[in-house]
Design a protein around this ligand. Structure first.
Ligand code: PLP
Length: 408
């Protein structure tokens, strides 16, 4: 059989993270690569009880459900979001199969091949995969640890007339950066002026460490009576468990309605069982208390990684100490290539993600993303011994080798 795939598949790219995870599977590799929550912190007993409760009221949880999502969960979720200053009514919300599906659905209804999408640099690579698969032209905007560079954003909006701008402003993947309120307000103004829809992806906003600061979502700041300029996506993956595959999109009913139609074609609806269990989890379990407790552990792990990085004694190594999320962003010495370092690292049974795949355009080859949430203290310490060995071997390989007969 000669298979005749669609033109769309020409744009498909495999995820670097998934490839690395495959490489490390079944081996005793310590991985700082995946964006994985810590399994030992999953509220497993509460989730078990929630599934039992969902089944105890009959078999409705096993039946087909509404495309928009289980009504009681939508209600409970909108109440939860109100406490985070996000006001939303039922027709402004769509429950999705993870927030990844929300990104995909928005791209399906909003993007035609050749349309321009602006993204922050670096950015979440599975969003890049979605946009590239839709045939969009993805252009990155400069930025720093306080958010997108608004001058560069304005310049690129004028030059390329994008339809959509994708950002993860609170504890971003991959950098862990959080935007200032000033940049948030500036971006909203700019996008409203130029009619550019913002996709605000917020899977990590609740994982906040240390400070009491409140980082308002773009969606909550966009108090505009005539059509929100923001579609906001969130997920239960990082605060409950990713296997429940439940996320959401909220925004103007016109956009949410189109996304719901696209979802009918994609999967009819997300799992009734998972959604009903989540409803019981929200009703019967102290999810906020659970989030506070995992944040304590994640903060300790982040601080431990910060300390271990300080102990590496590599000239020119830089990283940030994030205020939340699951990642810190590493800049290796200028002449290092993180992809080559990864080869040495995997040989030492430790992994991370090189930064390149997070760049839509010109990658910075000496960058890498480190996940600090998944490894416990001993594992992280052992992983760093291996990483140090890998870095030493790699640094040695960069030294010009002595050629016999020459004085080096
Ligand atoms: C920035 C970002 N957006 C979206 C997702 C998708 O998460 P999920 O589909 O599990 O909700 C992830 C997952 O790691 C992510 O890092």
């Amino acid at each position: 059989m000669e298979y005749r795939f669609s033109d769309t598949t020409k744009h498909f790219q495999s995820s670097a993270v998934r490839d690395i995870l495959k490489l490390t599977q079944g081996k005793s590799v310590i991985s700082f690569a995946g964006g994985l929550p810590a399994e030992e912190l999953f509220p497993a007993d509460a989730i078990k009880a929630a599934f039992q409760a969902a089944l105890s009221s009959g078999t409705a949880a096993l039946q087909y459900g509404l495309t928009e999502g289980y009504p009681l969960l939508r209600e409970a979720l909108s109440a939860r979001l109100q406490s985070k200053k996000i006001r939303v009514t039922a027709d402004e919300m769509l429950l999705t199969t993870g927030s990844q599906q929300a990104i995909d659905l928005l791209a399906r209804v909003y993007i035609d091949p050749g349309d321009v999408i602006l993204v922050q640099q670096p950015t979440y690579l599975a969003a890049l995969q979605v946009f590239q698969a839709k045939g969009a032209t993805v252009i990155s905007v400069d930025g720093d640890e306080h958010g997108m560079d608004l001058e560069d954003a304005e310049d690129k909006i004028r030059r390329y007339q994008p339809k959509l701008l994708y950002v993860c402003p609170t504890f971003s993947n991959p950098t862990g950066y959080v935007w200032s309120t000033e940049r948030r307000l500036g971006l909203l103004k700019l996008c409203r002026q130029h009619n550019v829809l913002i996709l605000e992806d917020d899977p990590y906003g609740e994982l906040q460490y240390g400070e009491e600061d409140f980082f308002p979502s773009l969606f909550s700041l966009d108090e505009h009576p005539h059509g929100s300029v923001v579609i906001y996506t969130g997920t239960f993956s990082k605060i409950a468990a990713p296997a429940l595959r439940t996320g959401w999109a909220i925004g103007d009913p016109q956009v949410i309605g189109q996304m719901a139609k696209a979802k009918q074609a994609a999967d009819l609806h997300s799992s009734s069982m998972d959604q009903q269990a989540l409803y019981h989890l929200l009703r019967d379990f102290d999810l906020n208390g659970h989030v506070a407790s995992i944040c304590k552990t994640y903060e300790q792990r982040m601080l431990q990684m910060d300390e271990l990085l300080s102990g590496l004694r590599v000239d020119g190594l830089k990283w940030n100490r994030p205020k939340g999320g699951m990642f810190l962003w590493m800049e290796l010495p200028e002449n290092w290539n993180a992809q080559d370092l990864l080869v040495e690292a995997v040989a030492e049974n430790v992994a991370f993600v090189p930064g390149s795949p997070f760049y839509a355009n010109t990658p910075k080859l000496n960058t890498a993303r480190m996940n600090f949430t998944h490894s416990d203290s001993d594992t992280m310490a052992l992983g760093f011994q291996r990483l140090e060995r890998a870095m030493n071997t790699y640094a040695q390989s960069l030294k010009p080798s002595a050629i016999p007969g020459q004085v080096s």
